[in-house]
Ligand binder design. Structure first.
Ligand code: MG
Ligand code: MG
Length: 295
């Protein structure tokens, strides 16, 4: 059922997550309506494969952007009755485990058929560029430390499965949908632009924000707040640091995400929550949209 209050609420969330504090030029990459499309695609699925984990070559550790979003989405989908499966590579596995996620860290032909997911989501997960190599945002080749998890997204698209990509820099799985724009607008874009598309692309200032935005949109559609609490997110980032994670921008082990104080991310989280709770009030006050009355 589509309620009249859902679409503007999700558009508000889409705007919130598209803030670009890192001035990466992501505004041009935003695909209006894709957040709602992604949420509707995931609202009633069974098994969802969620891929994440970004290894920071210069620091020899995984980063703080991504895994908190993976966890938040997995928890929200679990509350909705779905069965999330987490996939990362061996280098990021300790971070996922510290968050209480039990990831698979395998890949390759046949995995998709064996896992048989109903949908796939990539959150801050690097995907191949046009030359088949993997690059970080600084344009450095990280192929040697990157498992080709993007293969599953190519196979899923070929099989007609719904796919969602969440990214903040142009080099992540999903950005293949806007690869030409990445080349034009993002620093190092000509080199790093990922060519692996997803059906739905969520572009955010920080990828964790994109994941929370998706959880917020699911909450708007489901009529409940599915977001993690501020306390949970603080604990998750602390746990990641304890497991050796670093800020992907500063490359230091500090309680920041993409060079921003954690408070900045928590403010976005709470702003998304305010939209969700506001929509719940509107949901009670408004009848269904006329077009849905006959459903
Ligand atoms: Mg990124
Ligand atoms: Mg990031």
């Amino acid at each position: 059922m589509h309620r009249a209050s859902e679409k503007p609420a999700i558009q508000d969330i889409e705007r919130l997550i598209a803030q670009d504090p890192g001035r990466r030029g992501i505004g041009a990459l935003v695909q209006p309506g894709h957040l709602e499309g992604a949420a509707r695609a995931l609202l009633a699925v069974g098994r969802v494969l969620i891929a994440g984990g970004f290894y920071v070559l210069e620091a020899g550790a995984g980063e703080t952007d991504g895994p908190p979003g993976v966890k938040a989405l997995g928890q929200a989908l679990t509350k909705l009755g779905a069965n999330p499966l987490y996939v990362t590579d061996a280098l990021n596995r300790p971070l996922f485990e510290r968050l209480g996620l039990a990831p698979l860290h395998e890949h390759g032909p046949g995995l998709l058929a064996r896992l048989a997911p109903d949908a796939l989501v990539a959150i801050e997960r690097v995907g191949r560029a046009a030359d088949g190599r993997y690059y970080n945002m600084r344009g450095r080749d990280i192929s040697a430390v990157t498992a080709p998890l993007d293969e599953m997204f190519l196979a899923a698209a070929a099989a007609g499965l719904p796919t969602v990509g969440i990214g903040d820099g142009g080099n992540e799985i999903g950005m293949g949908r806007v690869a030409e724009l990445v080349r034009q607008t993002v620093a190092e874009g000509a080199r790093i632009a990922c060519v692996v598309p997803t059906e739905h692309l969520i572009v955010a200032g920080v990828s964790n924000w994109g994941a929370w935005g998706l959880v917020g949109a699911l909450g708007v559609l489901a009529g409940r707040d599915l977001l993690p609490s501020v306390v949970e997110v603080r604990a998750d980032v602390a746990a990641l640091l304890a497991a050796g994670a670093v800020d992907g921008v500063t490359r230091r082990p500090e309680p920041t995400v993409d060079g921003l104080p954690l408070e900045a991310s928590l403010a976005v989280l709470e702003a998304i929550r305010a939209v969700v709770t506001g929509s719940l009030g509107a949901r009670e006050a408004q009848p269904s949209a006329a077009g849905d009355a006959a459903c």
